[in-house]
Design a protein around this ligand. Structure first.
Ligand code: TMP
Length: 387
């Protein structure tokens, strides 16, 4: 598998790096994780191509996340909040606007520049023990350490656990949300598996991973973002009372088999079936002379396309709103990425919706496509064609 976000020009096809994308489940700590992990520097660098602000819905989501944090978890008048992997500052901007003491920690230099332009204090660095020590020395302990779609990217969770334990105030909270294992298993959304998602967490695995650093779960809040996520709230053991959701969600995970290896074997069989059905559908459309394009060059699409071996012979191009991706080719299978405006010039017969997690937003803005007879190809939770 290539790096999911490594969109590339044609003259670099022969230098593309690949790794073995193999998820494994640990029965002892219930963690689903990638066995091989490309180095973080290969993924999060000066040209990182994901900007949170490209999705209006995600910006709204992060504003809501910040407001919820301030209302529910800040229990003194001058709180200090640190965000791990603050990207372009979409979450912290709410705090910046309210003059709340905040600091983003983000390794990709291009996204930190955007954050600073929006008034968000940002340190260009990886969140680790030296960074945590430096922040504590300069700003004091943090009342909240937050993250969104970042914790699952960090191979060395123990280092994060130690760094958070050092930086957090005694009653502080460590809050993060990431794509949720329960949703991935329920929906068959295997495209959540790519290099950046080293872990697909569950309440069981988070409790085990952070329990080692003297944290415990005090609340769990399911989220609709990224095709189904979970927000985990952790505090130092004994510091805060756990909400009822913790017990009920842990029980629900046991009934869904998220603590047992057989569940993942059944999942593998389902993925193989989904892959075969998608390839045969696209092959049939091609033989019928239909024009098929991809909609949104998501990181997740790299997994689907490479796992299924779908290239430019089956998908003419993929449209995407991110200027940095346009003019490049998709990793591994080399489908051209074109500006979003190409979608309607003229409309294709079929569009594979790779950003299925933004389906509501995209269907709302592409009504005209469907009105003119265009069809969406969906592959989550099952392969289907909708008009
Ligand atoms: P991600 O799923 O890897 O986070 O990336 C989302 C990609 O989808 C990003 O490159 C922008 C693109 N996109 C579109 O092209 N059109 C859209 O309407 C939306 C919501 C996203």
């Amino acid at each position: 598998m290539p790096i999911a976000n490594a969109f590339l020009p044609a003259d670099q096809f022969d230098r593309e790096s690949r790794f073995e994308l193999a998820p494994a489940f640990c029965s002892a700590c219930c963690m689903l994780q990638l066995v091989e992990q490309p180095s973080p520097e290969a993924m999060f660098h000066d040209h990182y191509m994901f900007f949170t602000r490209t999705s209006r819905r995600m910006v709204e989501h992060f504003t809501g996340y910040a407001e919820w944090l301030a209302e529910k978890w800040f229990d003194h008048p001058d709180p200090f909040v640190v965000e791990i992997g603050s990207n372009d500052g979409a979450l912290l901007e709410t705090f910046a606007r309210r003059n709340i003491h905040h600091l983003g920690v983000e390794p990709s230099a291009n996204t930190t520049e955007v954050a600073r332009r929006h008034g968000v204090q940002t340190l260009t660095a990886f969140f680790n023990e030296p960074t945590a020590a430096r922040i504590r020395a300069e700003h004091g302990p943090a009342d909240a350490i937050v993250a969104a779609n970042v914790m699952c990217h960090i191979p060395d969770l123990n280092e994060v656990g130690r760094a958070a334990a050092h930086l957090l105030a005694p009653h502080g909270v460590l809050v993060f949300e990431d794509p949720y294992l329960g949703d991935m298993i329920a929906k068959g959304s295997y495209d959540q598996l790519y290099d950046e998602h080293v872990y697909i967490f569950s309440a069981h695995s988070v409790a085990a991973a952070f329990g080692r650093h003297d944290f415990e779960l005090v609340d769990l809040l399911p989220q609709e973002t990224h095709g189904g996520s979970m927000r985990y709230v952790l505090a130092r053991k004994g510091a805060r009372r756990a909400a009822a959701a913790v017990t009920s969600i842990l029980a629900r995970e046991r009934s869904a088999g998220l603590d047992r290896p057989e569940t993942f074997e059944a999942f593998r069989i389902r993925c193989e079936r989904q892959r075969d059905e998608l390839v045969s559908l696209l092959g049939r459309l091609k033989s019928e002379g239909k024009r098929v394009v991809g909609y949104a060059a998501t990181s997740k699409s790299t997994t689907v396309l490479n796992y299924s071996g779908i290239g430019p012979d089956l998908i003419e191009f993929i449209t995407d709103t991110t200027a940095d991706k346009q003019g490049l080719y998709s990793p591994g299978v080399h489908i051209p990425i074109v500006p979003a405006e190409r979608f309607s010039a003229p409309y294709p017969d079929y569009a594979v919706l790779f950003a299925w997690n933004h389906q509501a937003e995209i269907f709302a803005k592409e009504r005209e496509y469907v009105a003119r007879g265009g069809k969406w190809v969906l592959f989550v939770p099952e392969i289907s064609v909708v008009g």
